[in-house]
Design a protein around this ligand. Structure first.
Ligand code: 6LW
Length: 530
């Protein structure tokens, strides 16, 4: 037996959905405006997770142009039926006239390739679109799509309803009448969402989040003897929440759970939660946690005997020698171009850059990070509160262009350490906050033209220090920034922070290529006082 360490996927991996095929568990999470989209992880033991691919990894598979930060892909559900993996998800915030809303993709290998999307018309009677689609395959061969949308006649602000409709598997079309199953366990609960249906014997279980994906988030459960209801809520609802622990808890906002049965018959849930630090802020975003689930009187009991998300979870069927898996953010050192952590915004890394050696050729684009379009950006999730990040970039761009290290929340909120082009390179640290830019610090790098400049970020909790070094020289502090001004508590939205590199010519046509020699990410284990 060995223990899973929570979170099992650190960093911005929200809205986890899980299924099992034979001895393998598969898990997907939301990716918003980042591409490739919807990472697929595999595990044999729920402890060690390995990324095997992405659902959205081809140019043109989905159209992200104009999708603003925290729009894009929300809350996927992954299921397996008759040799086929099914993925349902929502594309939010697409530009006028572009396809969006709920869609289905299929694959025979979860590592890909996945199909192009089949769009579903899941709008309600009044035309309102929804989010958080899920798919349930019943034992009689019928399939049911369910999801969440705001009620057209709400009794309270942000009251939603969970609906279900049959999916014709031959045509991938919704058929038959719609049924509304659930509006939350608590009167006044906002955002009953993230629904998932399961069948246990002759009983249908409905799991749903409620309370909003922040401090009041919770997991509730209901059951029925027919898939279309009526559903009766558990008297134990909410069956898991940390809302009563307050903002000082080590983990907050737990909810959006999905259940899976292991080969030995035991039940488990994956769900999202946040680890605040530096006060009530969670720069790492919403992360994926694992919780054991017991069954009592036909109802699931989450974290039995404990009632909260444990920091360690014993998994009886995991081998004793299980070390941490490659997806758990333990990777330290140069992030090579073929590393699955690399993402870009609204385009694939391969569409904005070309691998070269340990690093990248990153063609400079006129667009800046402030624009909801394809920018010359490559980044990975910040997965640790304490980490060192270094981008080695060549100081050879022309005047008016720049390449920089960035800590990104969104178009409107990020911190950049930019190396300017031209004969007299400088570094300029800028905080773009709520769309307004402030210079945090500058340093002249005399004689650096043509040299490799190391742009550094030292994250120690919420304290971010930005440094620059020329060649093998000592890093010089350029500016400090505060991660508490960048997290979603401060800025809104759904994302944790990303760290990466970007290049821009500030609107001018260009054919320059920024050279990113290498990018390092090192979690910092630390010592007191360092
Ligand atoms: C997700 C939904 C939610 O679709 O956040 O506030 C969305 N609620 O369940 C994005 O993660």
């Amino acid at each position: 037996m060995t223990a899973a360490h929570n979170p099992v996927l650190p960093g911005c991996y929200p809205d986890p959905s899980i299924c099992r095929v034979g001895d393998d568990f598969y898990l997907v999470t939301s990716t918003f405006e980042y591409l490739p989209g919807l990472p697929v992880f595999r595990s044999r033991d729920l402890v060690r997770w390995e990324q095997v691919g992405h659902v959205v990894d081809r140019p043109g598979q989905l159209d992200y142009e104009g999708v603003r930060s925290s729009g894009g892909l929300y809350a996927p559900t992954l299921r397996h039926h008759d040799g086929v993996f099914w993925l349902v998800c929502t594309l939010v915030g697409q530009r006028e006239g572009a396809p969006g809303g709920d869609f289905v993709m299929t694959a025979t290998d979860p590592a890909g390739p996945w199909s192009d999307p089949v769009w579903l018309d899941t709008r309600g009677p009044d035309g309102a679109a929804g989010i958080d689609p899920s798919l349930f395959f019943d034992t009689d061969g019928r399939a049911w799509i369910h999801g969440t949308r705001l009620r057209s006649d709400p009794e309270w602000y942000h009251q939603t309803e969970v609906w279900v409709r049959e999916l014709d598997l031959a045509t991938t079309e919704l058929v038959g009448p719609e049924h509304v199953l659930w509006t939350g366990a608590v009167r006044g609960a906002v955002w009953a969402e993230g629904p998932h249906l399961y069948r246990v014997g002759d009983t249908y279980l409905l799991l749903a989040a409620e309370g909003g994906t922040e401090i009041h988030h919770a997991v509730s459960v209901a059951r029925a003897s027919s898939v279309t209801g009526p559903y009766e809520g558990s008297k134990g609802n909410p069956v898991l929440t940390h809302r009563h622990l307050g903002r000082g808890a080590d983990v907050v906002g737990v909810g959006h759970a999905d259940l899976v049965e292991a080969p030995d018959g035991s039940w488990w849930a994956v769900l999202l939660g946040m680890r605040p630090y530096g006060g009530y802020h969670y720069p790492l975003g919403r992360e994926t946690f694992l919780v054991p689930v017991a069954r009592e009187d036909g109802w699931p009991v989450f974290a039995p005997g404990v009632g909260r998300v444990p920091s360690e979870v014993d998994v009886p069927f995991a081998a004793d020698d299980a070390g941490p898996g490659p997806a758990q953010g333990v990777a330290s050192g140069v992030v090579l171009p073929d590393d699955p952590r690399w993402t870009s915004v609204r385009a694939l890394p391969s569409e904005v850059a070309a691998a070269r050696g340990e690093g990248w050729d990153l063609p400079v684009r006129p667009a800046t990070l402030a624009e909801p379009t394809t920018t010359a950006f490559l980044g990975i999730r910040l997965q640790h509160r304490d980490a060192d990040v270094r981008a080695d970039v060549r100081a050879d761009l022309p005047d008016g262009e720049g390449v920089g290290l960035v800590v990104r929340q969104s178009e409107d909120d990020h911190v950049r350490l930019d190396l300017t082009g031209g004969d007299a390179p400088r570094v300029v640290a800028v905080h773009r906050r709520g769309g307004e830019e402030t210079t945090l610090g500058t340093a002249d790098l005399a004689g650096a033209r043509g040299a490799v400049v190391t742009l550094g970020l030292r994250a120690r909790g919420a304290d971010l220090e930005l440094t620059a070094a020329v060649g093998e020289g000592e890093p010089r502090p350029v500016a400090v920034a505060d991660a508490r001004t960048l997290d979603s508590v401060a800025t809104g939205g759904f994302l944790g922070l990303w760290v990466g590199v970007h290049a821009t010519s500030h609107g001018r046509a260009t054919s320059s290529v920024a050279r990113v020699e290498r990018f390092r990410y090192d979690p910092w284990a630390g010592q007191a006082g360092d």
